[in-house]
Ligand binder design. Structure first.
Ligand code: ATP
Length: 349
């Protein structure tokens, strides 16, 4: 396959359905060959943004450039993008081979080239041996691979994936996301993956954009977003976060209940601190700690134990690695908690 890598630039994009604003002031640069995820809750505008890149839906305001060319005025079939949908959208009455050939025929590719391109695409997704089956004779994962083969056969510059794994069961989803990433790496195709599943975004993407209510909240690598969230939404959406309110006083974060927490940064105007459950250490009451509390609830999760602890600043979730044979803290126990200041980012609302 001979796709050329192309980056994507989106500049000040706004989109409305009638009076309803769905996307506001979207700016981003996706590098050539990057695996990029749009992550956000249901209704945040991920699919609308992906569809706007593909050329579907209402015409947005702003610019969309692929490989440096403004494609905003081009119809979908001239944009050189390939899109895979959640539903796969295979033709049920056509064989796998015919399904993959269909898009090439529509693009008026010479007949003698179609056979080779179809076989190459099916070979790439490991399905050449099933070329003559009908879609109904395939598993969900295999149908998804046919949908992928059909898309890469047209040799797009950009691959757009709209929740492509959500119809698969949990185990297959994990396997398919690895396959998808391996395929993307092999082809080097600039790829955007829409998902509301943070684990899926974390495990596949080089970088991601977190959206909420049509606005980009933050862009970065999965680790950057987890370790250095810029606001409470990103902190809470990526994993579990205890977010305590308070103020900075002489280089220390003082919570609303007056507990003093160490910080490694002195952010002007910071009024929240993010404590990840695994970054809080628990000890018996009386030990030197930053917060005091009482165990309200305990859940044994196997590799770790999750505690819900009542503190003067409300309930805090803490995860401790389970060490073999070690008795856990009992509900009702008074405990002290200490925080490694390097792991507690500050937020400004
Ligand atoms: N055709 C439409 N007409 C009117 N409003 C729409 C239309 N399509 C989407 N919307 C609205 O636009 C907003 C964004 O929808 P979108 O499908 O992009 O969200 P999403 O983040 O992809 O959500 P999901 O994960 O549920 O697919 C929602 O509030 C939705 O109701």
């Amino acid at each position: 396959m001979s796709q050329t890598k192309a980056g994507i630039q989106i500049e000040d994009l706004h989109l409305s359905f009638g009076e309803t604003k769905v996307l506001e002031g979207i700016n981003m640069v996706i590098e050539p060959g990057e695996f990029f995820a749009f992550l956000g809750p249901s209704g945040s505008g991920k699919s609308t943004l992906l569809r706007a890149i593909a050329g579907f839906g209402p015409t947005p305001r702003g610019r969309i450039l692929i490989g440096g060319h403004d494609i905003a005025s081009l119809p979908p079939w001239k944009r050189n993008v390939g899109m895979v949908f959640q539903s796969y959208a295979l033709w049920p009455h056509m064989s796998v081979r015919r399904n993959v050939a269909f898009g090439l025929e529509e693009r008026r590719i010479p007949k003698r080239e179609i056979g080779t391109k179809v076989e190459q695409a099916l070979e790439t997704v490991g399905l050449l041996h099933l070329a003559d089956r009908m879609p109904a004779q395939l598993s969900g994962g295999q149908q998804q691979r046919v949908a992928l083969a059909r898309t890469i056969a047209i040799e797009p510059q950009v691959l757009l994936l709209d929740e492509p794994l959500s119809n698969l069961d949990a185990a297959l989803r994990v396997q398919m996301r690895r396959e998808l990433l391996a395929l993307q790496r092999k082809l080097g195709l600039t790829t955007i993956f829409v998902t509301h599943d943070q684990e899926e975004a974390n495990t596949t993407s080089d970088r991601m954009a977190v959206l909420d209510r049509g606005v980009i909240q933050q862009i970065g690598t999965p680790q950057q977003l987890y370790d250095y969230p810029e606001n409470a939404f990103v902190a809470g959406f990526l994993g579990t976060a205890n977010i305590l309110k308070g103020t900075m006083q002489e280089g220390t974060f003082v919570t609303e209940a007056g507990q003093r927490l160490p910080t490694s940064e002195n952010v002007l105007g910071a009024n929240r601190i993010v404590l990840r459950p695994q970054n809080i250490r628990l000890a018996d009451a009386g030990a030197d700690g930053d917060i005091v509390g009482q165990v309200a609830h305990r859940e044994f999760l196997g590799s770790q134990i999750r505690y819900l602890v009542d503190t003067p600043d409300g309930c805090i979730v803490i995860d401790m690695l389970h060490s073999f044979g070690q008795p856990p803290f009992e509900p009702g126990a008074s405990i002290s908690m200490s925080i490694d200041s390097r792991t507690a980012p500050l937020l400004v609302d």
